[in-house]
Ligand binder design. Structure first.
Ligand SMILES: [Zn+2]
Length: 176
């Protein structure tokens, strides 16, 4: 699956698509685009393998809608409209599910349509390589520094960079 860098760029692309230039909204889009991976946090903190719980129901359509509802309600509480913020948050959160889907192997797909279906799905085209930590030898953080991760990052940038530029162009076209 892509790293937080790829997910962050995807989140910014969503903000561009919706043409929300406000700093807070951009930050929210970046947060939303990474939020699904908070399921890795307990693993990182307890220095167990952080991937062990990764890719569960936080990576699903249902979770994206729940995150969107949360963002919509918080916008409403500040006197803003619910729907635009809801849609943007669903798109930003959903970008994470989409990118991870494109990087998953068939042996460990994502429950994309949860709660409607528990079935796990994975793309046939392995777009992204998974960032791996050779934690046993070097510890988790140092274990991230290796050649395979460098090429995984390059590939992420090659996909998300142009997507960001495209979203920018489309966003501008829609608003003008
Ligand atoms: Zn993920």
């Amino acid at each position: 699956m892509p790293s937080p860098l790829g997910h962050t760029i995807a989140g910014l692309a969503v903000a561009e698509l919706f043409q929300y230039r406000e700093g807070r909204v951009r930050r929210q889009a970046m947060l939303m685009a990474n939020a699904a991976d908070l399921d890795m946090l307990p693993g990182v903190l307890t220095s167990r393998h952080p991937d062990s719980k990764h890719g569960r129901v936080s990576h699903s359509f249902g979770a994206a809608v729940a995150a969107g509802a949360l963002a919509g309600c918080s916008a409403e509480a500040r006197g803003r409209r619910f729907t635009p913020r809801f849609l943007q948050a669903v798109a930003a959160y959903g970008s994470h599910v989409a990118l991870d889907y494109l990087g998953k192997g068939p042996e460990d797909g994502l429950p994309v349509w949860w709660p409607f279906s528990e079935r796990r799905h994975a793309s046939k085209h392995h777009w992204f390589k998974t960032i791996l930590s050779y934690a046993k030898k070097h510890g988790f953080w140092k274990g991230l520094l290796n050649r395979s991760n460098a090429s995984a990052l390059a590939r992420e940038l090659a996909v998300t960079g142009p997507a960001f530029l495209l979203a920018r162009v489309i966003g501008k076209k829609i608003r003008t």
